[in-house]
Design a protein around this ligand. Structure first.
Ligand code: ATP
Ligand code: MG
Length: 343
C-alpha cells in the first residue's frame, strides 16, 4: 500500500495510437505536482493491439502481475479495436477491468468553455451486461446464420455500481441520481438492474432518484442536458451514453474516466486510439490529464486533483492554446506545457 512505502507507484500503459502521446502528458502533469503527493515511481507496461501483432498477446501476464503486485494505480491510454474479429485478439482493457475487478467506469462530462451547460457523471457498470462477450453463431436448417449474445445482469454487480453512484451523487451539490434502463422491454434483465438500484436507494435518503428509459435519456441529453446530475447505467447503455454526452462538450479529447474497484483504480481517457491523427502531435492531452486527476482523487489526493483540474480549466477557458479538435492550432506538447505551467 501507498502509506507503508511513502511512494506512489503508478503503472503506465499507453497501448496504441494516441495513447502513446497522451499518457506522457498525464505523467508530466503528475510529476508537476511535486510535493503535493508522495514521491512517485512510474512503471512502463505493455499491452495493446500493436503489442498483440508482434507478440501474440494483447495483455501480457507480466503487465497484470506488475499491476497487482507493484502498483497502487495505473493510467491506460487507448487501444485500437479492429472492427472485424481477429483470431486470438480481445481487448486488453476489457480483460484488465475483469482481472482487477474494476466494476465501475466513472465518466464526468462537463462543459468548461462550451454551450450547452453540462455537468453530469455517467456511472457505468463495467463487468457484465452484453460485454460478457458470450456470442454464438448458429445456422438454421435452411442454412441461414443466427447470431446470439447473452446478456448478464446480476443483483450483486448492480448493487455495487449503485453504491458507487450514490456515493458520487451525495458528494455533488445537486445530489440527484437517474437510473437508466429499458425495463419496459427487457423486464427481466433491466428490471433486475432497476430494482437493485432502487433497493440501494433506501440507504441514501439524501439523494433524489429519478429513472429514464435509455432511448428517451439520449433524447433528453441532447435537448436538456441540465436535468442530469449522476446517471447510473448497465455497461452497454453507459458506454453509448457517455460517448453521446462527450459530443455535447466539443470533443472526446476532453472527457476523462476512471475504472474503479474496491482495491485498484485505472485512469483512462474516454477516447479511442484515434488512428486518423495518431503520431502527429495533434491529440488533445486533456482527457488523459483529467483522468490522472480523477485517479488521484479516487486515492484521496483531493488537493492534487483539484490543482490539475483548475489548470486544465484555465487553459480551456482562455482558449488560446487548444488542439485542432477544439478549433485551435496547438500541439499536444504545447497544451501540456500550458497546463504544467499552471500546476
Ligand atoms: P478506436 O477504434 O481506437 O476507438 P476510433 O476511430 O473510434 O478508434 P476514437 O479515438 O474513438 O477513434 O476517436 C473518434 C474521433 O475523435 C476521431 O476522429 C479522433 O481523431 C477524434 N479524437 C479522439 N480522441 C481525440 C483526442 N484526444 N484529440 C483529438 N481528437 C480526438
Ligand atoms: Mg472509438
Amino acid at each position: 500500500s501507498t502509506a507503508s512505502r511513502n511512494v506512489l507507484r503508478i503503472g503506465l500503459i499507453p497501448a496504441d495510437g494516441i495513447g502513446r502521446e497522451v499518457i506522457p502528458a498525464a505523467r508530466q502533469a503528475i510529476e508537476a505536482l511535486g510535493s503535493a503527493i508522495p514521491k512517485t515511481e512510474f512503471l512502463d507496461l505493455d499491452a495493446g493491439f500493436e503489442y498483440f501483432q508482434k507478440h501474440g498477446k494483447a495483455l501480457p501476464e507480466a503487465t497484470l502481475q506488475k499491476l497487482k503486485e507493484e502498483c497502487d494505480c495505473a493510467m491506460f491510454g487507448s487501444v485500437s479495436s479492429p472492427s472485424t474479429k481477429v483470431a486470438g485478439y480481445s481487448s486488453p482493457i476489457v480483460a484488465l477491468r475483469k482481472a482487477m475487478n474494476l466494476y465501475a467506469n466513472i465518466r464526468p462530462v462537463v462543459s468548461t468553455s462550451t454551450k450547452p451547460e453540462v455537468d453530469l457523471v455517467v456511472v457505468r457498470e463495467n463487468t457484465e451486461c452484453l460485454y460478457v462477450k458470450q456470442e454464438t453463431l448458429e445456422k438454421t436448417a435452411d442454412g441461414k446464420q443466427v447470431a446470439k449474445a447473452t446478456r448478464v445482469i446480476t443483483e450483486h454487480a448492480s448493487k455495487k455500481i449503485a453504491q458507487m453512484a450514490f456515493k458520487i451523487a451525495e458528494a455533488r451539490p445537486r445530489k440527484h441520481l437517474t437510473i437508466i434502463h429499458k425495463s419496459n422491454v427487457l423486464s427481466i434483465t433491466d428490471g433486475l438492474f432497476r430494482e437493485s438500484v432502487r433497493e440501494v436507494a433506501k440507504d441514501w435518503p439524501g439523494v433524489t432518484v429519478a429513472e429514464q428509459l435509455v432511448d428517451s435519456a439520449v433524447y433528453k441529453l441532447f435537448r436538456e442536458p441540465g436535468v442530469f446530475d449522476v446517471m447510473v447505467a448497465p455497461n452497454l447503455y453507459g458506454d453509448i451514453l457517455s460517448d453521446a454526452a462527450a459530443a455535447l462538450v466539443g470533443s472526446l479529447g476532453v472527457v476523462p474516466s476512471i475504472n474503479a474497484g474496491d482495491h485498484f483504480v485505472i485512469g483512462e481517457p474516454v477516447h479511442g486510439s484515434a488512428p486518423d491523427i495518431a503520431g502527429q502531435n495533434k491529440a488533445n492531452p486533456i482527457a488523459s490529464i483529467r483522468s490522472a486527476a480523477m485517479m488521484l482523487r479516487h486515492l484521496g489526493y483531493d488537493d492534487a486533483a483539484l490543482r490539475i483540474e483548475k489548470a486544465v480549466d484555465t487553459v480551456l477557458v482562455e482558449g488560446r492554446l487548444v488542439t485542432p479538435d477544439l478549433g485551435g492550432k496547438a500541439t499536444t506538447q504545447q497544451v501540456t506545457d500550458a497546463v504544467l505551467k499552471l500546476i
